[in-house]
Design a protein around this ligand. Sequence first.
Ligand SMILES: C[S@@+](CC[C@H](N)C(=O)[O-])C[C@H]1O[C@@H](n2cnc3c(N)ncnc32)[C@H](O)[C@@H]1O
Length: 207
Amino acid sequence: MRMRKKKNGPARMQACADYLLDSGQMEQACEGKELRIEIGCGKGTFLLESAEREPDVFFVGIERVFGAALLAAEKLREAQTPNACVMLGDVMSLSENFPAHRVSRIYLNFSDPWPKARHAKRRLTYRTFLAEYKKLLAPDGAILFKTDNVQLFEFSLQEFEESGFLLRNRTDDLHASKWEADNIHTEYEDNFSAKGFSIHRVEAYLD
Ligand SMILES: C[S@@+](CC[C@H](N)C(=O)[O-])C[C@H]1O[C@@H](n2cnc3c(N)ncnc32)[C@H](O)[C@@H]1O
């Protein structure tokens, strides 16, 4: 995601300090609630709506781009959302930041496709990342993945299966499917959908 340098970044960050948390603060804020995370939450539209729909669940958006994380945190602050926060950081440090087997859902929404074969290991559904997600997921946990990118989708299905995940509720046209009724659109989703791309979605379970 391309982002201009944010004007007044430090001051704005300070203003939404209650929503831009580190791992210790996040654990406190979560208070034993069911925990779900979105990796690469962008500007936070999905995060906010998810939290509003499910007040008994705590949602954490992980985002490595400062400008996007800031916008997401500002969105949560404006809505005074009590059950969500943003963590500025990279997927690589997940297991340092979350207790083992505590997360019930990991959302991967429109992850960067990294189309070149030599960059396959950077895709967030590459097997080394899946191994990290397994450490976080509760026994009945799942990864919910959606993308407009057919090549990334096919690659991911294979990675999920080879990593021992069980695939359920797959669709190659989410917006025309029965799952659309509960689907929360992301910024990229609306963008790609408006351009005529159909949206692929699958749930990958540990068990
Ligand atoms: C294509 S955008 C999708 C944003 C949002 N999920 C949506 O659907 O509108 C991918 C997002 O993932 C973030 N991202 C990519 N790799 C990441 C990583 N390794 N750790 C954390 N965030 C990452 C990017 O900064 C970007 O905001």
